[in-house]
Design a protein around this ligand. Structure first.
Ligand SMILES: C[S@@+](CC[C@H](N)C(=O)[O-])C[C@H]1O[C@@H](n2cnc3c(N)ncnc32)[C@H](O)[C@@H]1O
Length: 239
């Protein structure tokens, strides 16, 4: 068993080849023994970083190892870059947890092709069991279509738009799922960013922290910011 798959490029049918220029630059950097290597990120395709995939791997692996009851849920699945990793961890552990993916599949930025079809195709290409897909706006699908218990939750519904609108979407997600999380269940919040913890970072979706601060004002859970390189995220464990 290994987790080497976390180092692979996101499982997309839109595989990008490293450009010739970047290849030459990397060759020169190696030749002059700089210790540097350029890794371009295409924000329309790359939905996470290797560092984040390491975090996801260990958090979900721990949830399964400690026998936290419930299924795995992702709110905002897009083409499944994170979801495929979740299913891989489920299958590697021989777990019977089901993966539930929620998304409207209405992408506000330019994207070639049908997102839902690509999601299914990516699972097929990775040789994994297909997830249970809940298509529609969260306002319609949550909480009605959630499993009774959620052991691991990933909320990743950022669209780089209005931060207050995004905050409200996050609040609806948290309100819908919180009571279904048993003790020690884990929730990872994509794009959670606290400038006090990491002044060098980039706040792509400030609505995430705004929502967390409101929702958890009167609750015991504490947020743990995780190193994710160019992208930020954080998690909390249900008390
Ligand atoms: C950044 S992408 C998710 C990336 C994904 N986790 C991955 O690993 O590839 C955000 C997704 O959230 C979805 N989304 C945002 N707001 C939503 C809402 N109110 N209802 C349903 N889906 C929503 C978008 O359709 C989009 O696919």
């Amino acid at each position: 068993m290994n987790n080497y798959f976390i180092t692979q490029k996101p499982y997309s049918i839109y595989h990008r080849k490293e450009s010739k220029v970047i290849g030459l630059v990397n060759k020169a950097l190696r030749r002059f023994k700089t210790g540097l290597h350029i890794k371009p990120l295409d924000v329309t395709v790359d939905m996470n970083t290797v560092e984040q995939r390491i975090n996801y791997y260990h958090l979900l692996d721990g949830v399964i190892a400690y026998g936290i009851p419930g299924d795995v849920v992702e709110l905002g699945s897009f083409t499944g870059q994170c979801a495929i990793l979740f299913q891989k961890v489920i299958e590697q552990n021989g777990s019977d947890k089901q993966l539930h993916l929620f998304d409207s599949f209405h992408i506000p930025f330019a994207f070639k092709g049908n997102v839902e079809d690509e999601l299914k195709e990516n699972f097929k290409r990775a040789g994994l069991k297909q997830p249970i897909i809940h298509k529609g706006d969260f306002k319609e699908t949550l909480p009605a279509q959630l499993p009774n218990q959620v052991a691991f939750l990933h909320i990743d519904c950022g669209f780089g738009g209005d931060s207050l609108a995004h905050r409200d979407v996050l609040l609806h997600c948290l309100e819908s799922v919180y009571s279904r999380m048993p003790k020690n269940a884990v929730c990872v919040l994509m794009d959670y960013y606290d400038p006090e913890e990491n002044p060098e970072g980039l706040d792509i979706n400030p609505g995430v922290k705004l929502a967390f601060d409101i929702f958890f004002k009167d609750k015991p859970e504490k947020i743990v910011a995780l190193f994710g390189e160019m992208y930020n995220h954080a998690y909390f464990r249900k008390v």
